[in-house]
Write a protein that binds this ligand. Structure first.
Ligand code: ATP
Length: 608
């Protein structure tokens, strides 16, 4: 039955939420909307379960009163039907309601809600631009996406399973007390006042500590991920005592924050023990007094005894529930710092797909300083004819990769526009833009999947022969066949490890080239695409690339000028501007910055 209900909601619907709301309560409200009917069902079953509990206490008192009043041999005659009904409630109705309530909460609601919120958060984050990701810490992001599913769901769960249950129980008990003897409501009301004061003091403080604890945990995860991912640099360069000290600061912060949370849990719990005992003494003492002066029957003492015990444990439950609600809201607020960030480059609604014609690219008056007022590109214009091969050269930090990043829409230019076949790339669907571009960068990092999956990434329909052909042209087929991983996978099925650690830099670059060759997009961007290869392999691959490039528009970044000397156009970039533009021989004849760099590199080559 629960499976049937679970099947009603698919937690993994794509792109349902465009922009997550940024405050915890509105976020939770927005995210849980698809589950509102399940939440309502949980709400109803929780109230039923609580009412049965109240009835049970009432019935205990009622039973004692009746047993005192009737002779033992008359019990079946006078109370038989009533006792059978009570047994039915205890043996059938109460377990059935409990099953429904627990099942809906724990089998249906929680697993769906946790997965759904995480999935939506992941979907939103994955739509952020590469530029946005470059300003984030991946460990922190992963922790927040994981955490927000648990905390948002935990808030609702605590409301449903704790608060609603206990409030119903309180209200039911209060009504029962006043129905039996309104005077019994007096100690209960005094107790509720103390209880509220205790909650008002402890719970907001607990929430603040919890938020601090979550932030410290996220910070610690981020440090660990950063260290483990960069273990080589850490091992080679780290000053061990400084690194230990740095890590220790984060561990200490997490520890202190944890102690803060625990301290308030102790304050809450001990406060509750005191309050519970006050309730027991106040309520039972008062009932005993009423019985002693002949103002109440024995049943009232029995009922108040049962009720006081139950109410005090419910009160602890309520405190836990409220603390859990506040704690989860704090954790949700913490996670929302990443998860609810607005899209830094929102897609134009219903943006049309790129209508590719012949691959003309125009950078029109582009400036981009990464929001820092300087660096990057400065009012750069460049026109690339269809099918033209253009090289970008210049010193490190001149702005070459920035130009490529803007072309790939990793960032939106701060000024100017980029036109592809006359269409402003900021107004077209970003996927359709990227599908027309193959990009090979100097900094290749592969996904932790098989070699086959890495080459065919984004091209899963590619045939085996196309895949092998691309790998051969990238000079990768040979070494792939000799590759194996620890799990016993061989060749194209071997898993490359995180970021491709099981491969050499040159091998990774060849896989990246094979991926670009397989994609066979009409625009090719090569950012130091052969920098990790030895000269022999590089020469062979360049031959293959030149043939491949024949009908494509190409932008190539290179430091070694010999690899781009034959290009149609060479742009020499300095301080974010093109200072020289022309063919290799034209630039040599001009005897400027390019010619000087060429002479330096030729000299270096001769002295090698
Ligand atoms: N994400 C970023 N945030 C801030 N500044 C950046 C960012 N990326 C690059 N820059 C700055 O922009 C300038 C141009 O960098 P870019 O990477 O485009 O240079 P490049 O010419 O490609 O250098 P290289 O040849 O070393 O790859 C540099 O001053 C760099 O510090």
């Amino acid at each position: 039955m629960f499976k049937l209900i679970s099947d009603l909601v698919d937690p993994f619907v794509r792109g349902r939420v465009d922009a997550p709301n940024s405050t915890p309560l509105s976020f939770i409200h927005q995210q849980m909307r698809p589950l509102r009917w399940i939440i309502l069902a949980c709400f109803v079953t929780t109230i039923c379960a609580a009412l049965i509990e109240v009835w049970l206490v009432y019935y205990a008192g009622h039973l004692v009163n009746r047993l005192v009043a009737i002779p033992p041999d008359q019990i079946w005659a006078l109370m038989g039907a009533e006792l059978v009904l009570a047994a039915f409630i205890l043996l059938a109705l109460r377990p059935a309601v409990a099953l429904l309530n627990e099942g809906l909460d724990d089998i249906v609601f929680r697993p769906i809600a946790v997965s759904m919120v995480r999935w939506q958060a992941h979907q939103h984050i994955m739509r952020q631009s590469v530029g946005w990701f470059r300003n984030q810490q991946s460990g922190q992001l992963a922790q927040r996406v994981r955490e927000i599913g648990v905390s948002a769901t935990g808030t609702i769960y605590a409301v449903l399973h704790g608060l609603i249950y206990v409030v119903t129980y309180f209200v039911g008990s209060f009504w029962l007390f006043t129905a039996i003897d309104f005077r019994l409501a007096i100690p209960l009301l005094i107790w509720v006042a103390f209880y509220s004061l205790h909650m008002a003091y402890a719970v907001p403080r607990f929430s603040r500590h919890y938020e601090r604890f979550e932030a410290a945990k996220t910070d610690l995860t981020s440090l660990l991920v950063d260290n483990y991912a960069n273990i080589e640099t850490v091992k080679l360069y780290a000053d061990q005592s400084y690194e230990d000290q740095h890590a220790l600061t984060k561990f200490r912060r997490a520890f202190t924050a944890f102690v803060g949370v625990q301290r308030f849990e102790v304050v809450i719990n001990v406060g509750m023990v005191v309050l519970s005992n006050m309730l027991l003494v106040g309520l039972i003492g008062y009932a005993l007094y009423l019985w002693h002066v002949g103002a109440a029957q024995l049943g009232l003492v029995a009922a108040s005894l049962a009720l006081a015990t139950r109410v005090s444990s419910m009160a602890e439950w309520m405190m836990d529930a409220v603390a859990s609600i506040y704690g989860n809201i704090g954790a949700t607020r913490e996670a929302l710092r990443s998860v609810a960030q607005p899209m830094d480059m929102p897609a134009t609604p219903n943006a049309p797909n790129l209508k590719f014609k012949d691959g003309a690219i125009e950078f029109r008056d582009i400036s981009h300083h990464y929001g820092q007022g300087a660096g990057g590109l400065d009012r750069l214009s460049l026109h690339i004819e269809p099918g033209q091969k253009v090289a970008l050269v210049g010193a490190s930090g001149a702005g070459k990769s920035t130009l490529v990043n803007l072309m790939l829409r990793h960032y939106a230019p701060e000024r100017g526009k980029i036109l592809l076949d006359g269409q402003d790339i900021s107004h077209i669907d970003q996927n359709s833009l990227r599908q027309n571009i193959a990009h090979v960068s100097q900094d290749v990092s592969l996904l932790n999947r098989s070699l086959r999956d890495n080459i065919a990434f984004g091209h899963s329909q590619a045939s085996q022969s196309d895949l092998y052909d691309a790998a051969r042209r990238a000079h990768a087929h040979q070494f792939i066949q000799n590759t194996a991983d620890d799990m016993g996978n061989q060749g194209y099925d071997a898993i490359v490890g995180e970021r491709g650690v099981r491969l050499s830099g040159g091998q990774k670059q060849r896989i990246s080239l094979a991926r670009a060759l397989l994609r066979n997009a009409p625009i090719l961007i090569l950012d130091e695409a052969t920098s990790a290869l030895d000269s022999e392999v590089e020469a062979d691959i360049l031959d293959a690339l030149y043939t491949f490039m024949a009908d494509k528009t190409v932008i190539a970044i290179a430091h070694r000028l010999s690899t781009i000397a034959h290009m149609d156009k060479i742009a020499f970039i300095e301080n974010g501007r093109i200072v020289e533009l022309g063919r290799h021989d034209e630039l040599l004849a001009r005897n400027g910055r390019y010619a000087s760099l060429w002479r330096t590199q030729s000299r270096d080559k001769l002295t090698e």
